[in-house]
Design a protein around this ligand. Structure first.
Ligand code: G6Q
Length: 537
């Protein structure tokens, strides 16, 4: 089926251009242009973004920007900020950017300015976070809270865990944070192991408040609290909810006074700056949390107002299209050289893959091109001692995002120099490689020469920042959020729905009673029937 993307003039020109450039080596591109690094670097909002080590020329970028223009990116980015219902399959506005809009801004949904409500939730969160942090909020038996356990999954878990880990340096070390997501009982069991119920607060984070995993964990947590504190009045002191569903929160027994709300125009994986960020706020304090929001907002403004050619998320998105759709690269690696960002790749996996892992255009046609790449990654130097081998000498083309910071939050002798030297060396090695001649000149035995050759020509972006602060984290997350949106615009898909997660949930609901009642007749395929039989026995 022809969806029209490939008929665009810019797309056709990109195809032709790809044929001309596909075998050109990054080394040649650098040799031909002494100004290349400068030409292909931006320094915006405190992010130094070097995209010179890519298999692109000025012409490639011109054509990619043309593609973005033909797809209406300039105008359509504004539709998101204006609250248009761009999530067409769910008929919703997409306004995570409003969550970090400064007080006094005006953003309308169905004729109502939503900014005052956003700030009143933020104020309520701040007051609550302060009470936990200064010990004024007491558990049922009068002890202050020491343990905070966030129960949530997907978008109600990955943002909070990632942000907690990323900003641990700024967190109150007298508080102990844990995150429970998996319906596997071991997750909750380990989270409550060895801690005192009297000092524990559960944050039940669920937009819908109906998610099987979260509700199952929350019910078991409730039983645990009651097994220790016996009185149901204890629930009000040990449970708060982050949700859009007040009715279900009430049914669970949580006082809606202790509920922090958000709205249907916040998608799960875009919700870390909504009430879902409560655990982050308790950890780092309201002031630092405001800095985090401010960082997000600065990147929102950059994306919204900056011409495409100077726009970091737009360029990232277009480079992704270039590799995904022309070079047919299947994956995109993200390697942070900052240990606190160890959960950042996992967070990005949901953001990118749940958003752009789509096969249907906005108009309902099957796409006739590749959409979202597989995102993966680990902190840098650890990766070097495991999978980088494949990135350097394997048979697959893997574009890489390196993320590093000049300053360490824990300066220890020469650690930071070693860390950053490694990041820079990896980008250099990937791009420039090592030729047969160079290997031979080193006196390597002839039979080993082919094993020691590095072809290079492996592309990477480097994002270099000064130091990991809350606002820098906000900028980095928003940068990826917006690049995901731009890719969605180019592919004409909806990055804001997630129908692909439904089928498995429905089938699991059918299987649960079959596991519990051994006498029900099984009507699945022979493989599923046999597996259920094995479990039953
Ligand atoms: C994210 C998805 C999904 C969602 C979880 C949790 O965009 O919608 O990951 O966040 O399924 O949903 P609840 O917050 O409703 O429990």
């Amino acid at each position: 089926m022809n969806t029209g993307l490939k008929n665009l003039e810019s797309w056709k020109n990109l195809e032709k251009h790809f044929d001309e450039i596909k075998n050109v080596h990054i080394k040649t591109l650098f040799a031909e242009d002494k100004n290349r690094a400068k030409r292909f670097t931006l320094n915006e909002t405190g992010i130094y973004f070097d995209f010179s080590k890519h298999r692109i020329t000025g012409e490639t970028l011109d054509l990619l920007f043309k593609l973005a223009e033909e797809r209406g990116v300039e105008k359509r980015r504004l539709e998101m900020f204006a609250g248009e219902k761009i999530n067409v399959t769910e008929e919703r506005a997409v306004l995570h950017t409003a969550l970090r809009a400064p007080k006094g801004s005006e953003i309308f949904v169905d004729g109502k300015n939503i900014v005052p409500d956003i700030h009143s939730v933020l104020d309520k969160m701040s007051a609550f976070a302060d009470k936990i942090r200064n010990g004024k909020w007491k558990g049922y038996s009068g002890k202050p809270i020491k343990n905070i356990i966030n129960i949530g999954i997907g978008g109600s878990d990955l943002g909070p865990v990632m942000a907690y880990e990323a900003l641990k340096h700024y967190s109150d070390r007298l508080l102990n944070f844990r995150f429970v997501s998996n319906v596997d009982g071991s997750d909750l069991a380990e989270a409550i192991n060895g801690i005192d119920a009297e000092e524990t607060l559960f944050i039940v984070a669920s937009k819908t408040f109906t998610t099987l995993e979260t509700m199952t964990n929350a019910q078991s947590a409730r039983k645990w609290i009651l097994s220790k504190l016996t009185d149901t009045k204890a629930i009000a002191k040990h449970f708060v909810a982050l949700s859009t569903n007040a009715a279900e929160v009430g049914k669970f027994g949580i006082d809606t006074e202790n509920m922090f709300g958000f709205w249907d125009w916040v998608g799960g994986r875009y919700s870390m700056t909504s009430a879902i960020g409560l655990s982050t706020m308790i950890a780092i304090g309201p002031e630092n949390y405001r800095l985090l929001l401010d960082g997000f907002h600065q990147m929102d403004e950059h994306f919204k107002n900056t011409p495409l050619r100077k726009n970091i998320p737009v360029i990232m998105a277009l480079l992704g299209i270039w590799y995904n759709d022309f070079f047919k690269a299947e994956t995109q690696a993200v390697f942070p050289y900052e240990n606190y960002l160890k959960r950042f790749p996992a967070y990005l996996q949901q953001l990118t893959m749940e958003s752009n892992g789509k096969q249907t255009t906005l108009g309902g046609q099957r796409v006739d091109y590749q959409t979202g790449a597989i995102y993966w990654g680990e902190p840098g130097t650890n990766g070097q001692h495991s999978f980088y081998q494949l990135v350097h000498q394997g048979t697959k083309l893997i574009p890489v995002d390196f993320i590093g910071f000049k300053e360490s939050l824990n300066p220890l002798s020469a650690h930071q120099d070693y860390l950053i030297a490694n990041m820079l060396a990896q980008g250099e090695a990937l791009a420039f490689g090592k030729t047969e001649e160079q290997v031979r000149a080193e006196g390597v035995a002839p039979e080993l020469i082919p094993h020691k050759v590095f072809d290079g020509n492996r592309p990477s972006s480097t994002f270099f920042l000064d130091v990991l602060t809350p606002d820098k984290l906000g900028k980095l997350v928003a940068m990826y959020e917006h690049s995901v949106y731009v890719q969605g615009l180019i592919w004409n898909i909806n990055p804001f729905d997630q129908w692909g997660v439904e089928l498995g949930k429905v089938l699991a609901k059918n299987i649960i009673p079959e596991l519990q009642d051994k006498n029900t007749e099984l009507r699945h395929d022979s493989s599923t029937n046999a597996l259920i039989g094995f479990y039953r026995r």
